[in-house]
Write a protein that binds this ligand. Structure first.
Ligand code: BDR
Ligand code: CA
Length: 313
């Protein structure tokens, strides 16, 4: 299996990515680290613990990382993910019975890379603050990173501004550090993730599992659908983040094109844009494998199966 560290900001779609990574035998989920993004760090960390608790994911350490971008102020996506960052299901008031690792995200990533015999794949699905901070803090450990497979950016339009996608816009300087790091990068941006929409037939398949976890997933998707209807007028919500782990499980789920990608830091209207040179007109070296066409039924089969497996344990 592929050894993986998930760095996330749950977040409805991040939650499904945790489930997919924990459920599938092709992935060895070594650690989960959290970052401020969809909600504050406190909330995204609590949400990661809640998701692991309800799904029976035990023994995977969860640590909190950065609570703001490298520069400037944090932004949240309350309009999409709600006041808790994971609105919809009732998780109950009490503390989830999955602990928070005291080492913090950077310490947990460091220890995980040092402890694992082979290089580890980093899978960021939130702002890239923790990952950039790690690369700056531990340059000697970069060779222990196999590759970075992330959700962020777009080879087309943005979603938080016309040009910029949320994760990249939250921390463009961090994204720039990651994209320019020289590490192998695979990027699933909105041009890919908008193909995987949780349509009513998908939701019905998950409901038909008839498990408490399935029910909770339906509640997540129902809330997410309401947000996307209201904010973007979408008929069904795109489940962005799990394209990353789906790719690790089965690369045939999404086609890739290698291209030069840079992050706009200074544009008046385009800060946070990923500039994807699909035609090679810049002459820059190609540094990113960019996700393009998704095998949508294959993707949903993986998601439904993950919810089934975890729900029947
Ligand atoms: C990204 O932003 C977040 O709201 C989602 O979790 C996803 O990672 C999509 O732009
Ligand atoms: Ca996310």
């Amino acid at each position: 299996p592929v050894p993986v560290i998930l760095d996330c900001d749950p977040g409805h779609d991040d939650a499904f990515n945790i489930l997919l990574a924990a459920a599938h035998p092709a992935v060895d989920l070594l650690a989960v680290t959290t970052v401020a993004g969809n909600q504050t760090l406190e909330k995204t960390t609590l949400n990661a613990r809640r998701v692991c608790a309800v799904a029976g994911i035990r023994g995977v350490p969860i640590a909190a990382g950065r609570d703001r971008p490298l520069h400037g102020a944090a932004r949240v996506a309350e309009n999409i993910h709600g006041g808790s960052g994971l609105d919809g299901p009732g998780f109950g008031e009490g503390e989830p019975d999955v602990p928070q690792d005291p080492r913090g995200a950077l310490g947990l990533i460091r220890d995980t890379l040092l402890a694992h015999p082979a290089p580890v794949t980093l899978v960021p699905t939130g702002p890239l603050t923790n990952i950039a901070a790690f690369l700056l803090a531990y340059p000697e450990l970069i060779r222990r990173i196999e590759r970075i497979v992330l959700m962020g950016g777009s080879a087309g339009r943005g979603n938080t501004t016309p040009a910029a996608e949320f994760n990249i816009l939250c921390d463009p300087e961090a994204a720039d550090i990651v994209f320019a790091s020289g590490l192998p990068i695979t990027m699933f941006g909105l041009n890919a993730t908008h193909q995987v929409r949780a349509t009513p037939d998908v939701v019905a398949r998950i409901a038909a599992l008839g498990t408490p976890l399935g029910e909770l997933c339906v509640e997540l998707l129902t809330y997410f659908a309401g947000s996307y209807r209201e904010v973007y007028g979408f008929d069904a919500p795109p489940l962005h983040d799990p394209l990353t782990v789906a790719h690790l499980i089965d690369p045939s789920v999404i086609s890739l094109v290698r291209a030069p990608v840079t992050v706009e830091l200074t544009g008046t209207y385009t800060r946070g844009m990923t500039v994807v040179d699909l035609d090679g007109v810049t002459g820059r070296p190609a540094n990113v494998d960019v996700g393009m066409e998704v095998d949508v039924p294959a993707f949903w089969d993986l998601i439904v199966e993950a919810v089934r497996v975890l729900g029947s344990r």
